[in-house]
Design a protein around this ligand. Structure first.
Ligand SMILES: Cc1ncc(COP(=O)(O)O)c(C=O)c1O
Length: 439
């Protein structure tokens, strides 16, 4: 069989940084040449060498409808001949905003952007503008995009660099970030009420916001402990800091109302991305009217040539209509498939009994941890107890058997409405084989 991925990688390395356009797609994650993909259909990806894969990554969650869903193809085909983007006011912009506001009880108004990072940048600026405060409280291991102020403690660290749990060592994840950018960023241990209460007592009265992912989804999948996020919301109210729920991953994933609905939260600000665009870049900032008013001209600025692209909005609309049809059947389906897949991995791992494996999941999201622990509860557990190299070996072997999961243990797998029970069974069989083959 030709190895076109390998030759594309050699060509790519000459003209693209790492041969790709994001580290998670290249040698930093794959340990060598990634698979170059040619097309996708339903739950399947096809690479340039003609290999077929069941795709459990789904563009990091951007594809709840899978690849080339007939409604997506029909919408793009219908709308593209009328123009892709005008950077003007649009009827479909109002329609999609109306759908979002009627769906999310904590959102009175939205502002569209393109990526989760951009939306988060605007949300942090808005929180600071609205409160007149400067500090941001974020959590170890939580990722909110690659903006300087919050790109702190988002990558796994050696346990000796974690610091005391009451006072995590703050470490920016990149060169080129001036200290001034994260001077006002407070990093707190997640899933630990006492740590949060202590941090709020120290900094709460100066905090513009407390930002959290609803489910920690950039260290595998780590669910919040019961009541933890509700306590966080309460503490925010007590100290006058905005409660900012980053739904970039969890939005239109965990439920129609995201993590807020699943855990009974009423955040002051939310940001969405990924699934929102149904496969094209779309993000939003949403929140209470009095807070969102801060984004008006002359107050807190937010611009963007590509905001609210016409074609993208039509895809957002079709994604929402499809997922919400028949009493939100799409969300019930991805939840059921995700949970069934997670259980299948548990069953296969138990039957094999050759490796310490823990599967953690919430609805449509799950991750497989190579660990001897019974639970991974936070960043510290992840950094100390999860074997990331073993996971990479596992996923690369799975790729040879036609199953695509991203090789980074910090990411996770996802179901879409086009996965099937047969895909789950085939994935289970491949996992069983790989677990026998692995040293
Ligand atoms: C929770 C969270 N927030 C923000 C972002 C940034 O989104 P984007 O990659 O669209 O900039 C991500 C991306 O993975 C994310 O997981």
């Amino acid at each position: 069989m030709p190895n076109t991925s390998k030759s594309l990688f050699e060509r790519g390395m000459k003209v693209l940084v790492e041969g790709v356009s994001s580290a998670s797609r290249g040698p930093a994650t794959f340990g060598g040449a990634p698979r170059y993909m040619s097309h996708g259909h339903g739950a399947r990806l096809y690479d340039v060498d003609g290999r077929e894969y069941i795709d459990w990554m789904m563009a990091f969650g951007a594809l709840p409808l899978g690849h080339a869903h007939p409604k997506v193809v029909e919408t793009i085909t219908r709308e593209v001949s009328r123009g892709t983007h005008f950077a003007t006011a649009l009827e479909v912009e109002v329609e999609v905003a109306e759908m979002l506001v009627s769906l999310l009880p904590h959102v009175d108004k939205v502002r569209f952007a393109n990526t989760g990072t951009e939306a988060a940048m605007a949300a942090f600026r808005l929180a600071r503008g609205h409160t007149g405060r400067r500090k941001i409280i974020k959590f170890e291991g939580h990722y909110h995009g690659w903006w300087d102020a919050v790109l702190v403690n988002t990558n796994p660290l050696p346990p000796t660099l974690l610091g005391h749990p009451n006072d995590p060592i703050r470490i920016p994840d990149s060169s080129g970030i001036p200290e001034a950018a994260w001077k006002d960023t407070i990093v707190v241990r997640w899933n630990d009420v006492e740590a949060l209460e202590r941090a709020m007592a120290l900094h709460g009265h100066e905090a513009a916001c407390v930002v959290t992912e609803g489910v920690m989804s950039n260290m595998g999948v780590i669910p919040p402990k019961p009541g933890y996020l509700n306590r966080m919301q309460e503490l925010c109210h007590q100290y006058g800091a905005l409660f900012y729920l980053d739904e970039t991953v969890t939005g239109f994933r965990l439920s129609a109302g995201g993590a807020a609905e699943l855990y009974g939260l009423s955040p002051d600000i939310v940001t969405y991305g990924k699934a929102l665009g149904g496969g094209l870049p779309m993000a939003m900032i949403g929140g209470r009217a009095d807070i969102m008013k801060g984004l008006e001209w002359g107050k807190v600025l937010h611009y963007g040539t590509h905001n609210a692209g016409r074609l993208t909005l039509h895809l957002t609309k079709v994604m929402l209509e499809t997922m919400l049809a028949d009493n939100q059947a799409g969300f019930a389906k991805i939840k059921d498939l995700g949970q069934t897949m997670a259980n299948e991995v548990r069953r296969v791992a138990k039957a094999s009994n050759r490796h310490g494996i823990l599967v953690q999941g919430v609805n449509s999201m799950f991750q497989i941890f190579f660990t001897d622990q019974e639970e991974i509860n936070d960043f510290r557990d992840f950094c100390t107890h999860v074997d990331r190299m073993k996971f990479r070996d596992f996923t690369l072997r799975l790729m040879d058997k036609g199953i695509y999961m991203n090789p980074s243990a910090t990411l996770h797998s996802l179901s879409s409405i086009v996965h099937t029970e047969a895909d789950i069974a085939a994935t289970g069989r491949a996992i069983a084989e790989v677990l026998e083959e692995m040293p």
